[in-house]
Design a protein around this ligand. Structure first.
Ligand code: CP
Ligand code: NVA
Length: 315
């Protein structure tokens, strides 16, 4: 069974298919809808808050002819101690796919291993692959001059500022390697990319020096095509807010820092943003900020991911 738990789960020909389909779905939205999930129900188990991911998946499943079934973890027996494995086996008898937002990354792996339906990672503490595919697709809209969407990413540089040990940073390190991009991260040394990410890079066969880390944010953004940041306090880390804010404040994306990237650099943020913390309002409002294109493209890209997984499951 094919799953999407991490960036590298799609092989290169499937990657091309996902990006091309995302573009087609966006162009045809509401017209000539492809009923890739006709007659199917896809369940969504969420253990954390969500605006973009929840809404884009629910709308996307509906637009593909399927039925979304939202399950707050605390409303099902999983929240009262039923095992992850039994949950996967039971849901596999009812639904055609599973979308999961949770804390521990091993939970999505265990659901995938125990069930026999496709599982999509809708964010764990370790990775957020749906966001990275969407972000990369959003970049291709700005850079691509032909049908070779992935080619438009190769050689481009992304600078990631702030919490460089969070799920978004980890996912962008994997994504940059997958898409042939360069990535430079900058944040407090205590929040440098961690051992779990390094082990993952090794498992994927990516070189250990496949990302740069510096405590100097100006060095990171030099020659960058994209300046990217995420919240300093990810879901589940609320108790560390004061210390994180103190340590990460030099890494806020200010108008001055953004101006130190390439003159045509884009600003990106997965959202939700906290203006005045990780990014200045002026940067969010800059004409080169593409944050709402990113948000919209969650819909089109995730529809493409589901369509490709559903096709693989039918084989
Ligand atoms: N970017 C993102 O995943 O947003 P939500 O937490 O609102 O789903
Ligand atoms: N790093 C953030 C991303 C939110 C989309 C979090 O995990 O809360």
């Amino acid at each position: 069974m094919k799953h999407f738990l991490k960036e590298t789960d799609f092989k290169s020909h499937e990657l091309g298919e996902v990006f091309a389909l995302a573009r087609e779905f966006k162009a045809k939205r509401g017209r000539n809808a492809t009923p890739a999930l006709a007659g199917q129900t896809w369940a969504m188990i969420f253990s954390k808050s969500s605006t973009r991911t929840r809404v884009s998946f629910e709308v996307g499943i509906h637009e593909l002819g399927g039925n979304p079934l939202f399950l707050n973890k605390n409303d099902i027996q999983l929240g009262r101690g039923e095992s992850v494995e039994d949950t996967a086996k039971v849901l596999s008898r009812f639904v055609h796919g599973l979308i999961v937002r949770t804390f521990d990354h091993s939970e999505v792996e265990r659901l995938a291993a125990a069930g026999n339906i496709p599982v999509i990672n809708a964010l764990t503490d370790f990775l957020h692959p749906c966001q990275i595919y969407t972000d990369a697709f959003t970049m291709t809209e700005r850079w691509s001059k032909n049908d070779d969407l992935l080619g438009a990413l190769r050689g481009r540089k992304i600078a990631f500022l702030g919490d460089t040990a969070c799920n978004m940073a980890n996912s962008w390190i994997l994504g940059a390697n997958l898409f042939g991009m360069k990535i430079s991260l900058s944040g407090p040394a205590e929040f440098a990319p961690g051992a779990e990410l390094k082990a993952q890079l090794q498992r994927e066969g990516f070189p250990a020096d496949s990302y740069q880390f510096t405590t100097d944010p100006y060095q990171a953004v030099k020659d960058a095509d994209v300046v990217y940041t995420d919240v300093w306090v990810s879901m589940g880390k609320e108790d560390e807010k004061a210390e994180r804010s103190r340590q990460m404040s030099p890494y806020a994306v200010t108008a001055k820092l953004f101006a130190a990237a390439k003159p045509d650099a884009l600003f990106m943020h997965c959202l939700p943003a906290h203006p005045g913390e990780e990014v200045e309002q002026a940067v969010l409002d800059n004409p080169r900020s593409i944050i709402f294109d990113q948000a919209e493209n969650r819909l089109h890209t995730q529809k493409a991911i589901m369509a490709v997984l559903a096709k693989a499951a039918r084989k």
